[in-house]
Design a protein. Structure first.
Ligand SMILES: Nc1ncnc2c1ncn2[C@@H]1O[C@H](COP(=O)(O)OP(=O)(O)O)[C@@H](O)[C@H]1O
Ligand SMILES: [Mg+2]
Length: 319
């Protein structure tokens, strides 16, 4: 049996607080945690569904945990208001305009190349998590923007879209770098993207296929999308209208029905700022600042949802 809803407190109880733990997407049958596969050759996450099915919630659940585990976030939100919880966070950039998203993608491409060059020799740096809201439309906007700004003689293809393709990467450079006969060294860069069903069916504007995402999450999916993804390997599972219910498809083609964790914006922000572990909690003043920040912007948090965090911060939680 799957839980009807998975709360912040339930996921918090499963996290050991260690640095670099993989983010938990949600819980499957028997409360089994389903995590992002950080070690896959394509260590990226795609959430595909129609509007209102929980893509933004899923992205928030994953990114807030990634930041708590020491990652650096880069949010591309052309929809502008999708992730207010992550605004002005020290370890997370927030980009809304196509101009800055274009520029940041070029910087990320440089960073990927730098990491590929040094991986296996020195620490490449913190994991970088690139969160993209509505991948398909963003790609189209980047293409149009490049047409407007490109100088005569410059190539027609958008360098920002190429950079994104490189990040999602099909080549060894972006996946992992084999250094001689030594261990395989990851470059620790991850894309966590959402897309509408239609763009998923179209291969995300020709950008990249499903195979670029080691962890693929689907809420409602028409049969043709399922066939595209599963290549008729398995029958279409019955589609649930239950809020937060997703099918998570791993690279090895295993499909796990999962109830995605729901973190309120305040829970996500507090987690990103303060981390999981009590030991790692900064001075109480820091978390008090987070709560003040929320009150200023959003007034009182919804009763119930914020309770778990408040208890943790005041030392009254179960952990
Ligand atoms: N995992 C979940 N658990 C509980 N409620 C959820 C979950 N995911 C989404 N919801 C509810 O559905 C609403 C819409 O989710 P949202 O992420 O904004 O959808 P989308 O981005 O696909 O349009 C949320 O505000 C929330 O109330
Ligand atoms: Mg959304």
């Amino acid at each position: 049996m799957l839980p009807n809803e998975v709360t912040y407190a339930e996921i918090a109880a499963l996290i050991d607080g260690s640095k670099d733990a993989p983010p938990i997407i949600g819980l499957a049958d028997g409360n089994q945690p389903i995590t992002v596969d950080l070690d896959d050759d394509s260590p990226h996450v795609l959430a595909a569904s129609g509007a209102g099915r929980g893509k933004t919630v899923l992205l928030r659940t994953v990114l807030s945990q990634a930041l708590a585990a020491g990652g650096h976030g880069v949010i591309f939100d052309p929809k502008i208001i999708s992730h207010p919880w992550a605004e002005d966070l020290a370890k997370c950039e927030y980009h809304r305009s196509v101009e800055t998203i274009h520029d940041r993608l070029l910087v990320l491409r440089e960073e990927a190349a730098r990491r590929a060059g040094v991986a296996g020799h020195i620490d490449v740096g913190p994991r970088i998590w690139v969160l993209i809201e509505e991948l398909g439309p963003l790609v189209n906007r980047l293409i149009r923007y490049w047409r407007e700004i490109k100088a005569p003689g410059e190539p027609d293809a958008s360098p920002a879209v190429e950079a994104l393709c490189k990040l999602l990467g099909t080549g060894a450079e972006q996946r992992r770098v084999q250094v001689g006969a030594g261990p395989i060294a990851p470059i620790k860069m991850h894309v966590v993207a959402s897309t509408q069903r239609s763009s998923a069916a179209l291969g995300m504007g020709g950008l990249a296929g499903w195979e670029n995402f080691g962890t693929r999450c689907l809420a409602d999916y028409p049969p043709h999308v399922w066939r595209l993804l599963r290549r008729d390997v398995s029958p279409l599972p019955s589609r649930s209208r239950h809020r937060g219910r997703w099918q998570v498809v791993a690279t090895d083609d295993t499909v796990t029905e999962t109830q995605v964790g729901f973190f309120s914006p305040r829970e996500a922000r507090t987690l990103a700022e303060c981390g999981w572990s009590r030991l790692a909690l900064p001075a109480p003043g820091r978390c008090a600042q987070v709560l003040t920040w929320f009150r200023e912007r959003f007034g009182r948090a919804r009763a119930g949802r914020g309770g778990a965090v408040s208890r943790r911060l005041t030392g009254g939680g179960s952990r």
